[in-house]
Design a protein around this ligand. Structure first.
Ligand code: F0G
Length: 481
């Protein structure tokens, strides 16, 4: 593999791109950060972007585009039906995944909606390695239930197991022996989001696919985070290490019946789509796409984005490009670990994940420790992360709080957006916060939406801990913003 080593022995990731368009960032003084947090009801989704210094909320739709993507966008062919831009993307998808059909959608959850509408009926069960918030919400909306078959190691935050996104294939096989008549499809998620961007191995994918084939149940892959999973297959999986990313991509696709993705992640642009082989599902899905997303040659996407996705998918197969995210994440995880700060290991894709259950163990899960940590980090550094814990769950049918299996604060790493000194700044502010973790307190809901409550919920701190944290920051770093 093509590595670049430093003569002085340092091990730091090196950017393989140069910056040619920049966006000015604004770092508010700590008192103002506190005021903006209050206005946003301690929910970082409700902040204005101009008030954020490092936006590590997500990598969705905010990865940097390449010059080649930008130039492709200039030749976009605007047409309601029959756009050449669409046919270029369709051809790229067919080449990369080796699947005949490509159905466009406005983003990942658009794909999830039409798949659930067509395939899931009340009483059905969809097994998966792990759920994602929107995928589960659509299955439940159609009366289905999600059951997870993740290997136990997947939920262990301190691990060195390289493939924590693997299916527990023994349990999956047993379940399908007994319940296959209630299972419309099995879903496997690449770069499993909610457990810290953790990959599956190629052998595990093949086993899961063989089990599905035995029962004639379609295997559906959520490939939104496949880019990172490909990278880990290349560098950690014996079966893949001598293959190119293109060959790995094709080998992965060959095991699946349907692949859908959010092109806000895979493809470095904004959109989504479903790839599939010829089957009786193609025509009914096309009808649902037309009804919900848009005509079959745009599916809710702008033609400019369609051009950018076509180029972005090709760029995903370049290791110098794909490695940037995971290498930056590994750097951040290693540096935090050296300082004794609890992070999810091994470093995965998508972002660096702080383990809030060890960072703020004094906050009970009913008081949303990961969300409290997110609010605290905004005060400490103007950094916006994303809560992935109990706040991201829905209450059960009786209104009881559903306690999450993991309490994580995700610090996403949009690809090619931040420099290493900005990551060093984030590491520094997390370190300050860890030193002052006893000051962080819990949160409670003031307004609680019924589903996906983390997006729009309004929260309040349970004491004046936010004021005390801001005061301590001013005392410790009197000359700094
Ligand atoms: N599947 C996975 C694995 C995802 O990570 C996402 C989005 C979706 C589906 C839905 O795609 O947003 O285009 O509708 N994840 C974003 C995130 C929201 O920040 O992790 P979408």
């Amino acid at each position: 593999m093509e590595t670049i080593s430093f003569f002085d022995g340092r091990k730091i990731p090196l950017e393989r791109h140069k910056v040619r368009i920049v966006q000015q960032l604004n770092l508010l003084p700590v008192e103002e950060r506190l005021a903006r947090l209050k206005e946003a009801s301690s929910n970082l989704y409700l902040l204005h972007n101009k008030d954020i210094f490092l936006d590590m909320l997500t990598d969705s739709g905010v990865n940097a585009m390449s010059d080649r993507q930008q130039s492709a966008m200039m030749r976009a062919d605007d047409a309601y039906a029959g756009s050449e831009s669409f046919f270029r993307l369709e051809k790229t998808v067919q080449d990369i995944f080796g699947m005949e059909h490509f159905l466009p959608a406005h983003q990942g959850r658009g794909c999830e909606k039409v798949l659930a509408d067509l395939l899931v009926k009340p009483g059905d069960i969809v097994p998966m390695n792990y759920h994602f918030t929107t995928s589960r919400a659509h299955i439940e909306r159609c009366g289905g239930e999600v059951i997870e078959f993740l290997i136990p190691e997947g939920l262990n935050c301190q691990s060195d197991y390289p493939f924590k996104g693997n299916f527990d294939t023994k349990a999956l096989a047993k379940f399908l022996e007994e319940n296959n008549d209630r299972v419309p499809f099995v879903r496997i998620e690449a770069g499993t989001n909610l457990i810290g961007g953790q990959p599956f191995s190629f052998g595990n994918l093949k086993e899961a696919a063989a089990i599905c084939r035995k029962h004639d149940i379609p295997l559906v892959m959520d490939a939104s985070l496949l880019q990172d999973n490909l990278y880990f297959l290349k560098i950690k999986d014996e079966e893949c290490k001598d293959l190119s990313l293109r060959e790995i991509m094709r080998a992965v696709a060959d095991e699946c019946d349907i692949i859908y993705f959010s092109a806000r992640k895979l493809g470095f642009a904004r959109g989504g789509g479903i790839c599939m082989r010829e089957s009786e599902l193609v025509n009914p899905l096309k009808e649902l796409i037309v009804l919900n997303e848009g005509f079959l040659t745009y599916g809710g996407m702008s033609v400019r984005e369609i051009e950018a996705i076509a180029v972005g998918l090709e760029e995903t197969l370049d290791l110098a490009i794909t490695s940037q995210g995971p290498e930056f994440i590994a750097y951040m995880v290693d540096e935090l670990e050296k300082r004794g700060i609890p992070v999810v290991t091994p470093a995965g894709g998508l972002g660096c994940h702080l383990d809030a259950s060890r960072f703020v163990p004094h906050i009970p899960q009913e008081q949303y420790p990961a969300a409290a940590l997110a609010a605290a980090l905004y005060i400490a550094g103007g950094i916006r992360g994303m809560e992935r814990g109990t706040l991201s769950e829905n209450r059960d049918d009786d209104g009881n709080e559903k306690i999450a299996e993991m309490e994580l604060l995700r610090l996403a790493m949009p690809r090619r957006v931040f420099t290493l000194s900005q990551i060093d700044y984030a590491i520094d502010r997390v370190t300050w916060l860890f030193e002052n973790r006893d000051l962080i307190g819990g949160l409670r809901f003031e307004h609680e939406p019924k589903i996906l409550r983390f997006f729009l919920g309004k929260l309040a701190p349970l004491s004046d801990w936010q004021e005390r944290l801001a005061e301590k920051f001013s005392r410790d770093l009197p000359d700094s913003l």
